[in-house]
Ligand binder design. Structure first.
Ligand code: SF4
Length: 405
């Protein structure tokens, strides 16, 4: 007979392990994929932790708006009544031992880890048992305890469950620094093939709209009450989704839906799921999607500007900004002394900071040489060189070893 003793909280966290490591929590999502390799420091605390390996898989060192932090990635339960085809926690998958935390237990465990200086931030998600509203209540109860009983003021990122109520989203946004409402797919049809029990419009998009509305209202009526940013995540490449679909939706949500960031998670097959035999999505596709989404969010690009291939995906052999510049600027380079900020932002190697530095510097004198651009702090001078004019001329470019500019 196989008898399991009841695992303690640290063992339970370890059982959540790195199964949720494809869920990004910080500002540099691609850097978060590996479990933390940083050494952990031990304190004379009888319960926490017994060995470095115990909790390392649950901690990710990530960049957050408050700086780089060790974040505990945890779930209230790894049991779930839903059957999303890509998910290790899906109902009926027999390969894993499920664990469940009570709000008190999760809050206390996090508090002890935080007091031991092992973590400084929490990402809290959950499987769904008895509906999304019940799961959301448990997440919120945990964070209420953390904020009120333990006085924790640090970084918290909460998952909004499919079907959560308006008031739950409001409370989550009052308590957290960031909330995720994961759309998973770019259209209802794609979601249907990824997660047939999730309802795209009602359970997900509607909740995203509420979050946006809550923040807009709070900013108008009680500034400071809501500080949470709003993010979403897509599973990329499992069901034929294209980059143009993903980026069209992302662009719209940035412009009109209050979305602060989209996470793109390249699909990775999980054994024991219906998608176990599908090929993984190459990481480079995810990277190109991030680059393109920054162009939409921070550079004033429209989705129509992005150079998609005929199949609707971006090229993977070069970044989207360079691909666009090769098509449009090689023959008609941009005059650095005359270009608008928007035009400067089209040039590879010139970002918002660089564009502002150029605008400021050229009010004070001529920028007629690549060395002038270096002097004002432009980091991507070599990348920019093929696409600009300085003093009405193309600047000399360094020849590469293979004669390719
Ligand atoms: S609802 Fe969440 S935890 Fe449950 S199967 Fe779907 S993705 Fe996994």
């Amino acid at each position: 007979m196989n008898i399991h003793r009841t695992p303690d909280p640290i063992e339970k966290l370890a059982l959540v392990g790195d199964a949720n490591r494809f869920e990004p929590v910080g500002d540099r999502p691609q850097a978060e994929r590996k479990p933390s390799a940083a050494p952990l420091h031990f304190v004379d605390e009888p319960q926490i932790p017994r060995s470095a390996a115990d909790i390392r898989p649950c901690i990710t060192h990530v960049s957050t708006p408050q700086g780089k932090k060790p974040i505990l990635k945890a779930m209230m339960t790894t049991a779930c009544e839903r059957n999303c085809y890509y998910c290790p926690f899906r109902a009926g998958r027999g390969e894993m031992r499920r664990v469940t935390f009570k709000p008190d237990e999760m809050a206390k465990t996090f508090h002890q880890l935080e007091q031991a200086r092992l973590v400084d931030g929490l990402f809290l998600s959950s499987g769904i048992i008895n509906g999304g509203v019940t799961a959301q209540d448990k997440i919120i109860d945990t964070v209420e305890i953390l904020r009120r009983r333990y006085g924790y003021q640090g970084y918290i990122h909460l998952k909004i469950m499919p079907g959560a109520e308006y008031d739950q989203i409001l409370r989550a946004m009052q308590l957290a620094d960031r909330v995720s409402i994961n759309l998973e797919g770019p259209t209802a049809q794609r979601l249907d093939r990824l997660a047939p029990m999730k309802n795209y419009y009602d359970e997900l998009l509607q909740r995203l709209r509420w979050a946006h509305e809550i923040r807009r209202q709070a900013w108008a009526e009680a500034p400071g009450l809501i500080r949470a940013s709003i993010v979403t995540q897509f599973v990329v490449g499992a069901v034929g989704d294209t980059d143009v679909e993903l980026l069209s939706l992302t662009g719209n949500l940035h412009r009109l839906g209050g979305l602060d960031r989209a996470y793109f998670s390249a699909f990775n097959p999980v054994s024991g799921t219906p998608f176990e035999n599908l090929p993984p999505t190459p990481a480079i596709r995810e990277r190109r999607l991030y680059q393109a989404s920054y162009l939409l969010r921070d550079y004033g690009w429209d989705v129509e500007d992005l150079p998609f291939e005929p199949g609707g995906n971006l090229r993977t052999d070069t970044d989207p900004k360079t691909a666009w510049a090769d098509l449009h600027l090689r023959e008609r380079p941009i005059d650095v002394m005359r270009a608008t900020r928007e035009e400067l932002l089209r040039v590879p190697g010139i970002g918002p900071v660089g564009a502002d530095a150029i605008l400021k510097a050229r009010r004070q004198g001529r920028l007629s040489d690549l060395s002038h651009l270096r002097k004002i702090g432009l980091r991507g001078v070599e990348r920019a060189a093929p696409y600009i004019l300085l003093d009405g001329r193309r600047p000399p470019q360094q020849l590469s070893l293979f004669g390719v500019g």
